[in-house]
Design a protein around this ligand. Structure first.
Ligand code: UD1
Ligand code: UDP
Length: 381
């Protein structure tokens, strides 16, 4: 029998971290030819992940430009995907999550009448503009997809409520599969600053911030809150790997650079980031991926957003919404820095997002869909 040609499409850092383990799992199956097409919506940040996971794409659209717009990403992906699909002739296309690459990848698959598997399906805030444009991207992909790989039972519930009842699998999130390959107790950082941080002596707060809906006033508030936290607490050090987006870097340069106890560094390779997270005291972030990783590593998270599509860890008590108002963010951080009991209550490892076997379940589900294997058991937290 001919091998199934399963093409994974991704373009940004988080998609790559969550898809590389799946590309590898698919490649390990004798029934599958695992193909990989990157849009390179991110360039350096994508390449860094490809290197860490030793993933060599079969096709690279290389679309990134500085300060790219949503329309330019979408239209370049669509045009580029035509050629990739014609050349690689996939039997199924896998897209991940909620980026512009995700949406354009799914739409392009539809135009070519290639079935779509959506990895990380069913996340919702039900607020059209927050996160923007991600909430709409994932809804649009839900309308196109044939198979839905939901990280949690709650994510599947969202799709069921929307009338999507076929092709649903609860798999766990592949990010936990990735974490299991990167985090090691004896890990040595390659970066000087990370090797010499006063782990254990001071409270290391790991920070990231990049979301489009936070551009402008919210991001200014967040930066000012971070500066205030660093100034007010001599026993903390903030480590902030700054996203390469020029909008983010401008806000950081204007409101945070030069503040004592704040280390502004370049984006970290995924393995360095995961091991830094494993050693830090607290995570403050507007990232989606960090909200999933930090709970698995037992680190409390303050989310620098007004909402989250990842309520599971909030319910488990390890993640709290800090919002985007300076005084609120400062107050929540202060409590976790100064009150050991409040900290202890949040700092326990929970794994609502997966058990490290999401990729196996997804590969099994794909084979089942094509009549080549057993249906996998759902993941239960
Ligand atoms: C994108 C996704 C967002 C995801 C985030 C992960 C969309 C609309 N947004 O947002 O959902 O959370 O990635 O980080 O799909 N840049 C570089 N080098 C890089 C990466 C980015 O220089 O390796 C700069 C470029 O100037 C680029 C800008 O950052 O134009 C913004 O990148 P873009 O992918 O448009 O948006 P993100 O904010 O990264
Ligand atoms: N990450 C990384 N290096 C960094 C910052 C983040 O490897 O300097 C990883 C992080 O551990 C997580 C993913 O990138 O796996 C999250 O990506 P991002 O925050 O850019 O996007 P989001 O998850 O919000 O879509």
């Amino acid at each position: 029998m001919e091998k199934l040609r399963i093409m994974s499409v991704f373009g940004t850092r988080p998609e790559a971290i969550k898809m590389c383990p799946l590309v590898r799992e698919l490649a390990s199956r004798p029934e599958i030819e695992s193909l990989c097409c990157v849009t390179a919506q991110h360039r350096q940040m994508l390449d860094s992940v490809l290197e860490v996971f030793d993933c060599k794409p079969d096709w690279d659209l290389n679309i990134m430009t500085p300060r790219q717009t949503l329309s330019s990403i979408t239209s370049k992906c669509l045009t580029g995907m035509d050629e990739a699909i014609d050349a690689l002739k996939p039997d199924m296309i896998l897209v991940h999550g909620d980026t512009s690459t995700t949406f354009a990848g799914a739409l392009s698959a539809f135009y070519h009448q290639v079935p779509v598997g959506h990895v990380e399906a069913g996340l919702r805030t039900y607020d059209k503009y927050s996160p923007f444009p991600e909430e709409m991207n994932r809804k649009l992909v839900s309308a196109i997809a044939d198979l839905y790989f939901c990280p949690t039972v709650n994510n599947r519930g969202n799709l069921l409520k929307e009338g999507i009842t076929q092709g649903l699998f609860v798999t766990g999130n592949t990010v936990i599969d990735a974490l299991k390959t990167t985090v090691r107790e004896d890990y040595q950082f390659s970066t000087e600053v990370l090797n010499h941080l006063p782990y254990g002596e001071k409270k290391i707060i790991l920070v990231t911030c990049h979301r489009r809906e936070n551009y402008g006033e919210p991001m200014r508030n967040i930066m000012q809150a971070l500066a205030q936290i660093a100034r007010e607490h001599e026993d903390v050090e903030l480590v902030y790997p700054v996203h390469l987006s020029p909008v983010v870097r401008e806000a950081v340069d204007t409101y945070l650079r030069g503040t004592p106890r704040v280390h502004l560094i370049d984006p970290l390779p995924a393995d360095e980031m995961h091991n830094l997270m494993a050693r830090c005291y607290l995570v403050m972030t507007d990232s989606g991926g960090l909200q999933e990783e930090a709970p698995a590593l037992g680190k409390p998270v303050l989310v620098l957003r007004r909402e989250t599509e990842r309520p599971e860890a909030v319910e488990a008590g390890t993640v709290r919404l800090a919002g985007v108002v300076q005084a609120d963010i400062v107050a929540m951080a202060r409590e976790l820095i100064e009150d050991p009991e409040a900290y202890r209550k949040m700092a326990h490892a929970v794994n609502p997002y997966g058990d490290g076997h999401a990729c196996r379940r997804i590969a099994d589900a794909i084979l089942w869909h094509f009549g080549r294997g057993e249906k996998p058991e759902d993941y239960r937290a």
